[in-house]
Write a protein that binds this ligand. Structure first.
Ligand code: C2E
Ligand code: CA
Ligand code: CA
Length: 860
């Protein structure tokens, strides 16, 4: 039978159909000859039908046809064609009977492109399963065609559960921002670039997950979108919780009031947890509740909570604060603890409340953090995570605010008497002057106790303190409710008398003098006492605080000269006093010119091991006529008359010269601290001058520290700050002297290039017995160290003070306990002796072992 005969056995219709088929169709007869080869087969094998018809099927290179008998077969093979090219081909082979004889029909289809796609998808699987970000691929209708294993892990749906579902329906939920996603997809469909959005989505259990969704498209060669590709990153923890933290830290640094911080926190929480109405309540020391923040709660409701006492059955918050445990009321309607309180929240649509106590480091509950819900329910895991983060941040914020309030209170009040101190007085005087109506007066009275030093010297400091306290009480009784009493320090008081003229002020002074005539009772002793009072008047004598204070001081001095126990009102003649001042200035100018000033050095000791931390250089002036003049006197004078600039630079140079000389002699002193006045910082060339001086004496910058007062950065603003930064860049340290007496805000310090804080010596005196002094020292140590500064306590006179400071963890101590400021030679002797003692102590410790550490502590 010829090949052509064979073809005739196939009906015409069928033959025409086979010709038009998309698949290649080959018919082979029982003798392995090819009897039919359609057009599609020609394309697959790249053979013309007239070349193959009648030939042995071997030329088709199909393994299945070489077997005998030929069995049915279905396979995908790699076909090597006549021209050597290779394609993937799907082959289906079956035997049929045509005209009584066995024929074989081969269907073949070129699946190269599909196979490549399958490989690509396989690779994609392999790769996308490697990433921990969830991947969703969907078609243009947003039906999911693929999700990776990270998706399954994050959302709980398997590939099979996800495939075919609409991506939006699967993970979007009540609070998903569908519009944001729709916008991104629309943009892609219109040929736009990929985009990104942060959205809240939901897992299989309905738990919220914040994701960052990056959405892109797979396009065909013509740029048409074929698939949509989404990469989802779980940012629940990282981003959202960190944003809460940044919000609070930023607000604290900016000195934002705690109420505002609480409101911002609540608002942010409500953004990231949209089911929630959030509130923060402060719990005071008496156990009363005060709303701090709750911007979505009506004011009425917050007001109603104010002052409610915490207790075992006081709603969610009161109960949580009472027990120190979280309290969940899933339904306010029925919760027993809410019965007396439920009407208000129910009226505004709140149905459940979950409250968590916020605790201070010492464990006391200082606030509660509540989540309200609009339906009966419990918090989700996400809510619990938010609260975990907020509770700590809230505690941090509230504790810092408490500490700051305490420091502010202490900074504005005299510790001994509780009266306003110098800083607060200035503020009060300014306010009184500003409020003074035209034609009216403000009187300022300076009062100085007569012979107070004698009381201190003969009866001791405790008696002196007691006297001052009683005196303050007596003064208070003599003045009106509008008048103000403050203490400048020592035995100096100020009385501010708003809206009083000279006569009226004189009457008050006379009353006080009389009231003091009756002796005070100190223990069993009766103590006679008197005071001298000087008065100045705004606006008659002066219109600025400083001049008014000087004038009242001058008048007080005249009262002393007039035999004490009396008062004087300032008069122009008193300006004659300035002659004395002029003479002193002339003497100081001479002393500077002739090099008569010297520096004495006071050691600073490291608390941890007793080693030397550095020395403070303090100026000394001995005048041939006037004798020793205290720096407390000549430094303020130098500041007033413009000599301080010279003194400052002189002391830096002299201190550096001395340091270099000590170093050459083998005395290792790590650092010298030099006091500079705020005025020195107005000089923009200060940093350059310091650099030159250090170079001249070949000293490293860290051998020099500059002590500045809070006035330096409080008053002189930008220029001083620039100078400070330039100095810090040099590597020279800055130390804040007399810390705790001024107006400094702690957060302000955090932004300044400061390396060291010195707690003012006024706190030392009472640190062992006065809780307030100890509190401020503790706060300064904590906050200072928290900001990475070294904290130095100055004026340490007793072992008890040293021990207290060591327990606080204060880094460095300085004071008479170790040594007063000593001239260089005396200081060298002291240092050698101190080092020897240190070495002995060390030896003792080595000899005795750990038990010897007591001896070390005693000698340190
Ligand atoms: P300051 O900087 O606070 O210096 C510490 C003062 O406390 C020194 O007084 C020091 O002798 C004294 N002191 C040290 N340890 C104790 C102690 O344990 N108990 C007591 N009660 N006092 C102690 P000094 O030398 O009379 O200096 C007074 C102030 O004069 C200094 O206070 C500083 O503000 C200023 N001063 C001194 N030298 C200079 C200087 O060269 N330049 C500038 N601008 N100011 C200076
Ligand atoms: Ca100082
Ligand atoms: Ca000081």
């Amino acid at each position: 039978m010829s090949a052509f005969d064979c073809l005739t056995e196939i009906p015409d219709v069928l033959r025409a159909a086979l010709e038009r088929a998309d698949d290649g169709v080959v018919i082979v007869d029982h003798a392995h000859r090819i009897t039919h080869f359609n057009a599609a087969a020609e394309r697959i094998w790249k053979l013309a039908s007239f070349d193959v018809l009648g030939r042995d099927a071997e030329i088709l290179a199909l393994k299945g046809l070489q077997a005998d008998p030929v069995a049915d077969l279905r396979d995908e093979i790699s076909l090597v064609r006549r021209d050597g090219s290779r394609i993937r081909t799907a082959i289906a082979l079956s035997s049929v009977k045509i005209g009584g004889a066995n024929h074989y029909i081969v269907f073949a289809r070129d699946v190269t492109i599909e196979a490549e796609r399958r490989v690509r998808i396989g690779l994609l699987h392999a790769v996308s399963d490697q990433t921990n970000r969830a991947v969703i691929i969907s078609d243009t209708e947003q039906n999911i065609v693929y999700v990776n294993s990270a998706f399954t892990t994050l959302f709980g749906y398997t590939n099979a559960e996800a495939e075919g579902r609409r991506a939006g329906e699967l993970i979007a939920g009540r609070h998903t921002d569908r519009k944001a996603i729709a916008k991104l997809i629309k943009r892609l469909m219109h040929g736009g670039r990929r985009g990104e959005a942060e959205v809240l989505v939901y897992d299989k259990d309905g738990e919220e997950i914040w994701v960052c969704a990056r959405i892109d498209a797979f396009r065909d060669t013509k740029g048409r979108v074929k698939h949509i590709f989404a990469l989802l990153e779980d940012i629940t923890e990282t981003k959202q919780l960190r944003s809460l933290q940044q919000l609070i830290m930023g607000a604290l640094a900016d000195e934002v009031p705690i109420g505002e911080i609480a409101d911002r926190l609540c608002r942010r929480v409500e953004e990231i947890a949209p089911h929630v109405v959030c509130s923060l309540l402060h719990v005071d020391a008496a156990g009363l509740i005060h709303p701090l923040g709750g911007p979505s709660l009506p004011d009425d409701y917050s007001r109603a909570l104010d002052g409610v006492a915490i207790g075992p059955d006081v709603g969610s918050c009161g109960t949580a604060a009472f027990y120190g445990e979280p309290v969940l009321a899933t339904d306010l309607e029925t919760d027993s603890r809410w019965q007396p309180y439920k009407a208000m929240p129910l009226a505004i649509g709140l149905r459940a409340c979950w409250s968590t106590p916020v605790k201070a480091k010492d464990g006391r509950v200082i606030a509660t953090f509540a989540f309200y819900y609009r339906e009966p329910r419990a918090p989700s895991n996400w809510h619990r995570r938010i609260v975990e983060a907020c509770v700590n941040l809230g505690a941090f914020a509230i504790e810092r605010k408490e500490a700051r309030a305490e420091i502010a209170r202490l900074a504005y009040h005299d510790i001994l008497t509780g009266l306003p101190n110098r800083a607060q007085l200035r503020h009060l005087i300014t306010t009184a002057i500003d409020a003074c109506p035209t034609g009216s007066h403000v009187a300022l009275a300076f009062l100085d106790v007569d012979h107070f030093k004698d009381v201190n010297d003969t009866l001791g400091h405790a008696a002196g303190d007691e006297l001052l306290i009683q005196l303050a009480q007596r003064l208070r009784e003599q003045i009106g409710p509008e008048d103000m009493l403050g203490r400048l320090g020592g035995d100096e008081f100020v009385i501010l008398l708003p809206q009083r003229n000279a006569e009226s002020a004189a009457r008050v002074a006379a009353d006080i003098t009389e009231a003091l005539a009756a002796p005070l009772k100190l223990g069993s002793k009766l103590m006679p006492m008197s005071a001298s009072i000087g008065i100045s008047l705004y606006p008659d004598h002066a219109t600025d605080i400083d001049t008014l204070m000087q004038q009242a001081d001058a008048a007080m001095y005249m009262a002393k000269q007039a035999g004490r126990s009396t008062y004087r009102i300032f008069s122009a003649e008193m300006n004659g006093l300035t002659e004395q001042r002029l003479a002193l200035i002339a003497a100081l100018r001479r002393a500077i010119a002739e090099g008569a000033l010297t520096l004495s050095y006071q050691p600073q000791i490291r608390s941890c091991d007793g080693a030397i931390h550095g020395v403070e250089a303090l100026s000394r002036w001995r005048d041939a006529v006037l004798g020793d003049v205290s720096p407390a006197k000549f430094i303020p004078l130098a500041e007033e008359c413009g000599l301080i600039e010279k003194i400052g630079l002189w002391s830096v140079r002299e201190a550096c010269r001395q340091m270099a000389s000590w170093r050459r002699a083998g005395l290792n002193i790590p650092c010298v601290s030099v006091n500079l006045s705020p005025i020195n910082f107005r000089n923009v060339t200060l940093a350059a001058r310091l650099k030159d001086i250090l170079a001249e004496y070949d000293l490293p910058a860290d051998a020099l520290m500059l002590e500045i007062t809070e006035g330096t950065f409080m008053q002189d603003g930008v220029a001083a700050l620039e100078t400070m930064n330039a100095i810090r860049e040099l590597g020279v340290g800055l130390s804040v002297d007399d810390f705790g007496t001024g107006y400094s805000s702690i957060s302000r310090l955090a932004h300044l290039p400061i390396r060291e804080l010195k707690i003012d010596r006024s706190f030392m005196r009472d640190i062992e017995k006065d809780a307030a002094a100890l509190a401020i020292a503790t706060a300064v140590v904590r906050v200072g160290q928290g900001l990475g500064m070294t904290v130095v306590a100055e004026g340490v006179e007793t072992e008890g003070q040293r021990k207290t400071l060591a327990e606080l963890g204060c880094d460095v101590v300085q004071g008479f306990l170790y040594a007063p400021a000593l001239p260089p030679v005396a200081f060298e002797r002291w240092l050698i002796e101190h080092c020897a003692e240190q070495a002995r102590a060390m030896q003792g410790r080595l000899d005795v072992g750990p038990a010897g550490s007591d001896a070390v502590r005693r000698s340190a």
